[in-house]
Design a binder for this molecule. Sequence first.
Ligand SMILES: [Zn+2]
Ligand SMILES: [Zn+2]
Length: 148
Amino acid sequence: MFLDLREIRRSGKDHQDFFFQYQPESLLVDIPSVQIRYPIDIKGEITLTGLHSAYVEGEITFCIYGECTRCLKQTECTITAQFAEQIEANNEDGYSLVNDKVDLTKIVEDAIFINMPVTLLCSEDCKGICPDCGVNLNDEQCKCNKGR
Ligand SMILES: [Zn+2]
Ligand SMILES: [Zn+2]
């Protein structure tokens, strides 16, 4: 995913909207039995801020699916991640231009990483599974905790 500053400049504008559908090569999700549904949608806008600098901002929408961390039921969750970065020719603290192009891949993967939840829950108040008898406590009440 590249945004070419020279191409934008050649079109006579100083900004441009973009939309990508991204399919990462490496797995980005760290929750057991949970995966990302591909492709990931990325939309945003790039603004030229100098001859060799630009500002990109946008939104990443992705869906994770798999087993609820608490009750193991199949579930899914849509996550939105925002990014806003200043890109310079040689930016030691951030993202750099490569041949006057912005490489969105690293920016997007970093934003996904930061916004990736550590659990996937079927609902905020999922009661999970009883550790003693294995019953899904969302569906039925088990007898283990009676009188406790
Ligand atoms: Zn659950
Ligand atoms: Zn039980």
